[in-house]
Design a protein around this ligand. Structure first.
Ligand SMILES: [Zn+2]
Length: 237
């Protein structure tokens, strides 16, 4: 085994070369983020160098994904085989070319699309998810709102936004609650907790004693649901 480097757009990329009995040249990135190349003894080094250079964009993408895994963040790519969460369950993404359609069958999400780039596919998926959210969030509101109706709280309208940090927020003046599209990745009990939290804010603006007393009365296990929401269901999309 020997260590070599190639240059790519001013970037130095290191790789391990193993000469062994393979057909031509194989390249892989292992889980430690090391680039390992195996090549037949017959292949000249200049050909191997060229091969590694041609693979550099792919290598860089993979190294970035591995780095994210190391930081315990889900990979942000949108590709076949990716794990997507939908209402608390993991699904495997399967993409095909065809007129736009998304179907869930078994443990797979089948996505038909004319888009070819990961960004366009992701946008299309998020649009579909938002349409699903419009139905699901109303359903959950139907179940949760009766809990707070006796406290003189009016049923608010729901807005859906794809947000980075907040799960939900409310505007008491406009009688609106805003829910994060990302909640569609979580199980329903977690979404219920967020909806109830925002509804209770129409009675208590701040997180004071009164707020938590009412929340705990209406949903005694809200803390369990909240910590479940924080620790699971992230898929990077
Ligand atoms: Zn709050």
């Amino acid at each position: 085994m020997s260590t070599h480097t190639v240059q790519y757009n001013g970037l130095e990329l290191e790789f391990e070369l193993i000469r062994k009995d393979v057909k031509f040249v194989n390249l892989r990135v292992n889980k430690h983020g090391e680039v390992v190349v195996s090549a037949s003894k017959k292949v000249p080094f200049s050909v191997i160098e060229e091969f590694v250079e041609s693979k550099t964009p792919w290598i860089i993408t993979h190294l970035a994904e591995i780095e994210k895994l190391r930081q315990n963040l889900p990979p942000s790519g949108f590709y076949d085989g990716k794990t997507l969460y939908f209402l608390g369950r993991p699904y495997c993404l399967v993409t095909s070319r065809g007129p736009s359609e998304i179907q869930i069958q078994g443990d797979k999400i089948y996505m038909f699309s004319k888009s070819t780039t990961q960004n366009a596919l992701r946008d299309e998926y998020l649009l579909w998810l938002k349409n699903q959210a419009k139905i699901k969030f109303e359903e959950i509101m139907n179940q949760i709102y009766p809990l707070v109706a006796p406290y003189g709280i009016l049923r608010p309208t729901i807005q859906i936004r794809n947000m980075k940090t907040l799960w939900g927020s409310c505007t008491t003046g406009g009688n609106t609650i805003r829910l994060n599209l990302q909640l569609m990745k979580a199980s329903e009990d977690c979404i219920e907790q967020v909806v109830l939290h925002e509804l209770v804010h129409f009675r208590y603006k701040n997180h004071g004693q009164g707020f938590y007393t009412l929340l705990s009365l209406l949903m005694p296990d809200w803390k369990v649901r909240k910590s479940k929401l924080e620790s699971k269901f992230k898929d990077g999309v």
